[in-house]
Ligand binder design. Structure first.
Ligand code: ATP
Ligand code: MG
Length: 197
């Protein structure tokens, strides 16, 4: 018997923003989950090569600050994929968590964009058997057709924002206030992130 239900919102979090946090908070309350973890990818293999990814420790620090800024005890950041090391595959992360926390059932939260790409994830056969997904709407992406994948949908307030948008705004010296918590803004500024594009 499972005693806890935990949602995992995996991502690059480069940087985290209110779109991530609204998704985490709404899924946590809608499904009455004990916890939602922002799972920071160590090496986001699907994104590598396309641009410079901020080092994992920095993205973890920002995700931790963002989770704390929610002031909801159930929203936390997770360093599990940094501890596992190497390229981050949700199938491996889930298997590790299921061993470490056998009494917890895990739900994998994805935005509509990520849900549309599930077939490109690592070891889809094993993932299909072991994972249960929660799909949230995201502006600009149609509801995914993910027949064959165990999933449910949670409707959240639409936030038309991405980390790419924020990186571009910082590069263009535009304000990012209210798009990410002040603690994350401070980290970006102190570390001089995203200034060079
Ligand atoms: P990037 O622009 O760098 O791809 P991103 O904003 O898409 O960044 P990710 O770290 O790639 O953020 O996304 C992590 C997860 O959060 C994904 O499942 C994604 O669909 C979801 N997500 C991100 N932003 C939103 C949003 N505004 N609304 C709903 N879901 C979101
Ligand atoms: Mg993305």
């Amino acid at each position: 018997m499972y005693s806890r239900r935990v949602g995992l919102l995996g991502g690059t979090f480069d940087p985290p923003h209110i779109g991530h946090l609204v998704a985490a908070i709404h899924v946590q309350t809608s499904l009455e989950l004990d916890e939602v973890r922002l799972v920071v990818a160590n090496h986001p293999w699907q994104k590598e090569g396309s641009r410079e990814i901020t080092e994992a420790e920095q993205r973890l620090a920002m995700a931790t600050a963002a989770a704390e800024a929610c002031e909801v005890e159930a929203i936390v950041a997770s360093d599990i994929e940094l501890r596992i090391g190497g390229p981050s595959y949700m199938v491996n992360t889930l298997e590790r968590l299921q061993v470490d926390e056998p009494h917890t059932s895990f739900l994998t939260i994805v935005g509509a964009d990520a849900a549309n790409d599930l077939d490109t994830w690592h070891k889809t056969d094993r993932l299909k058997e072991s994972a249960e997904f929660v799909v949230v709407n995201r502006p600009g992406y149609s509801a995914p057709d993910i027949e064959g994948w165990a999933h449910q949908t949670v409707e959240i307030p639409a936030i038309d924002l991405s980390s790419s948008d924020i990186r571009k705004m910082v590069f263009e010296q535009k304000p990012i206030s209210f798009l990410t918590p002040p603690q994350v803004m401070q980290h970006i500024e102190a570390q001089g992130l995203y200034r060079l594009g």
